[in-house]
Design a protein around this ligand. Sequence first.
Ligand code: AMP
Length: 293
Amino acid sequence: MQRTADSTTSLRIAIQKSGRLTDKTIDLLKGIGLRFDDYKRNLLVKCRNFDVELLLIRDDDIPEYVQDGVCDLGFVGANETQEKGANITVLRGLDYGVCRLSLAARKDGDIQSTQDFEGKSIATSYPNLTRNFFEQRDINTEIVTISGAVEIAPRLEVADAICDLVSTGNTLKANGLQELETILESETQLIRTNKELSPGKQQLIEKFLQRMDGHQQAERSRYIMMNAPEEAVPKIKEIIPSLKSPTVMPLADNGMVAIHTVIPIDEFWVVMEKLKAEGASGIVILPIESMIL
Ligand code: AMP
């Protein structure tokens, strides 16, 4: 799988070919201005306006492709990287594909806590993480590795319990299982190879990260416009701690100003009532495409 160091100048980025992470990753790449042709029909897709090519593969292959330097970067769940024990660097954690790897057993069965797993069999697609978890606790288990439909294993008597990815917990419930303990919290991550890269490629990674950070910050922020009495401006600045130097413009109405600023959206909803109490009105909230700080 080795690629000679820097055999191309393009950054090669691995993404999941088709699955839960694909659309969100593609949206993120489009959001940072990358343009590419039909990614659904090709395995290797060249970006038209940035020195990047995308390799579309199974997500469980991504950690090793990045570790071996076949790809320079990859978007993949922490669950896969940790299961493979891949030697890579995590550059960014991203807030999609969020899930947990959990132990679960029949609701009415004899496994009600982690200690009850002694001598039991566990079906999972994550044998390494599951084995390590029990070995660290000196609990003897038999790991049954299966690649899909793990939640049905106890009903088929393939295993006594399971260790599987959960996000809402609905699949477990629908199969009469109860979640007992989380062994790993996971999210999508941007990972980088630890193989040495040329200065050119490192610069491309820097540029790529700058765009990603700008995009993520923009996603979490909003451009806020509001009208307020001029004398309320110092109070409003106190209410919004991140509002250091807002744009304040006089309005035609005597004593009224328009305040424009950018703030984290979560912060805004918390303080909105207080702003209104200070006389803020006509509040307009606008999305931001990107922020270059
Ligand atoms: P897929 O192969 O399409 O099921 O996508 C699998 C990846 O999506 C996993 O490796 C996780 O990183 C992420 N994921 C997020 N939530 C879940 C979930 N409830 N079940 C399975 N995978 C999940």
